[in-house]
Design a protein. Structure first.
Length: 494
């Protein structure tokens, strides 16, 4: 309830997040897959819009509920591992105050639901370890399949589970039919997206390959990757989840569930080797919070019992201290001063994110102002005959999503772009005669068009990403080739 209340009271403070605008656009083109994601979260967003509308509160209600559910599920896992009141309280406090959980519960993204699928599978695994019916593997398969349809990184978590079973007494389950039937169910649920990927020549693999050969993501050494886990989970939770990991391998009672520790270590190794973003591992931590709660409850059951309330209070106070840097509690100017005062800010994961605010906040500013400036140009600086045939080309899906979301009320046509799934949606009915291009310079435009005119810089917010504030609106005429020839050149899967 506390997690839900935090999100419901704060998730409308700023504006629409860059990815939310893109997801809303994807929801208007429902499919079995997209260049940069599977279809499940987009389907959930579309259903949410149909039932509740597209206000900030409406589209962020499901993530808020998901944020609350993962706290509750952490406590349920702790109880299933033998924990009692203190174990459950500590485990839930860890999940509640983990900065990643606070962040993803506050806006719509597939990351808001990923911990639920991962930890739902872990809960079933713990029940099976405790002697539960082998038919639970069927539900396990359902959750794993849905997890893959929500975000492809679930595959790496699934590999961790497979390795953990092989290395523990859980390998005996490979001798019965239920685990294999669960695997068939998971594959069947994921199959529509696999077929979509094959039909479109594996675009997600191409995207990931492009990213791997670029400098888009902040490069981290293994030590830096691990250090950022401490920040993403909140430094105060370190004794809890690290203690849980030690307990899983070093205690007789904990070794019963050592598969959980192996799952974590294998998934950690996968993301380090593949140079994944440091927050990709974050959905795995609730199971360590649960193990840590049980460990602390048992280790300090008879002696040093005063450490349990002190650790609980420390986690909660640190959560309150760090929450404003990840949840929109403060106005932007006060947030900047606050981060300087506490000497803490979330780690950057992409090199282009250079705003003074954390990325999760900077990407919520400037969209309406940008669309308003494009609409002013469209209606006041274009000839009437140009308005009817002009397209609006955007460099990235955030800008294109903003045009598509805010633009119809201002009389703007849908945006076109080569970025991510916008490339697959094509140039619509653009003829190539007239286009407004949002770009930071006109070098490419002068190469492609017979006439290029700078109509001025877009209006934005001082809190938006710097590269968004540098955009100009270029009026381009007379494409030097056909639109069909141009379109493959604008493809930007990065």
């Amino acid at each position: 309830m506390a997690a839900l209340l935090v999100h419901l009271l704060t998730n409308g403070r700023y504006g629409y997040f860059r990815d939310e605008l893109y997801y809303i656009a994807c929801g208007r083109h429902l499919a079995f897959g997209y260049v940069d994601q599977p279809p499940l979260s987009i389907l959930l967003l579309r259903l949410s819009q149909l039932l509740l509308g597209d206000s900030l509160f409406a589209i962020r209600l499901l993530p808020a509920l998901g944020g609350a559910a993962i706290v509750a599920l952490t406590g349920i896992i702790a109880r299933e591992m033998g924990g009692r009141a203190w174990a459950i309280a500590l485990a839930c406090a860890g999940s509640l105050c983990a900065l990643f959980n606070l962040a993803v519960g506050n806006f719509f993204s597939m990351n808001a639901f990923e911990p639920l699928f991962w930890m739902g599978a872990v809960y079933l695994l713990v029940r099976i370890i405790n002697g539960g019916s082998p038919m639970l593997w069927l539900w396990f398969g359902i959750l794993l399949g849905l997890g893959i349809e929500n975000k492809h990184s679930t595959v790496f978590f699934g590999v961790g589970i497979f390795v953990a079973l092989l290395l523990t007494p859980g390998r005996r389950h490979f001798a019965n039919k239920w685990i294999w039937l669960g695997g068939v169910i998971a594959f069947a649920i994921a199959l529509p997206n696999i077929l979509w990927q094959a039909l479109h020549h594996w675009p997600t693999y191409e995207l990931l390959s492009n990213i791997a050969h670029s400098d888009k993501n902040v490069a981290l050494s293994p030590a830096q990757f691990i250090a950022q886990q401490i920040n993403f989970m909140s430094p105060a939770t370190l004794p809890l989840w690290l203690g849980g990991l030690v307990w899983l391998f070093g205690s007789r009672a904990g070794r019963r569930y050592c598969a959980i520790g192996i799952i974590y270590l294998v998934t950690l190794a996968e993301f380090i080797i593949l140079h994944g973003k440091s927050y990709y591992l974050a959905p795995a931590y609730p199971m360590l919070f649960a193990a840590g709660g049980v460990a602390i409850e048992r280790v300090f059951a008879a002696r040093l019992t005063w450490l349990k309330p002190i650790l609980l209070a420390t986690i909660l106070m640190a959560g309150a201290l760090f929450a404003p840097v990840i949840v929109p509690i403060l106005p932007p100017d006060k947030l900047v001063a606050y981060m300087r005062a506490i000497h803490f800010e979330p780690p950057r994961t992409e090199t282009s994110h250079t705003a003074i605010l954390p990325q999760v906040f900077a990407d919520q500013f400037g969209w309406e102002q940008m669309v308003g400036s494009v609409a002013h140009v469209y209606h006041h600086l274009l000839r009437p005959e140009d308005e009817k045939r002009a397209a609006i080309f955007c460099e990235n899906y955030g800008e294109a999503g903003a045009i598509d979301f805010f633009g119809p009320k201002l009389g703007l046509p849908p945006a076109i772009s080569g970025h991510q799934n916008y490339f697959l949606w094509g140039p619509r009915d653009w003829t190539g005669e007239v286009v407004l291009v949002l770009d930071t310079n006109d070098d490419d435009e002068r190469e492609l068009f017979g006439s290029v005119e700078d109509l001025g810089q877009v209006v934005s917010s001082p809190w938006a990403m710097p590269f968004e504030r540098r955009r100009h609106i270029y009026l381009c005429r007379d494409l030097k080739m056909s639109v069909r020839e141009l379109w493959p050149r604008v493809k930007n899967w990065l």
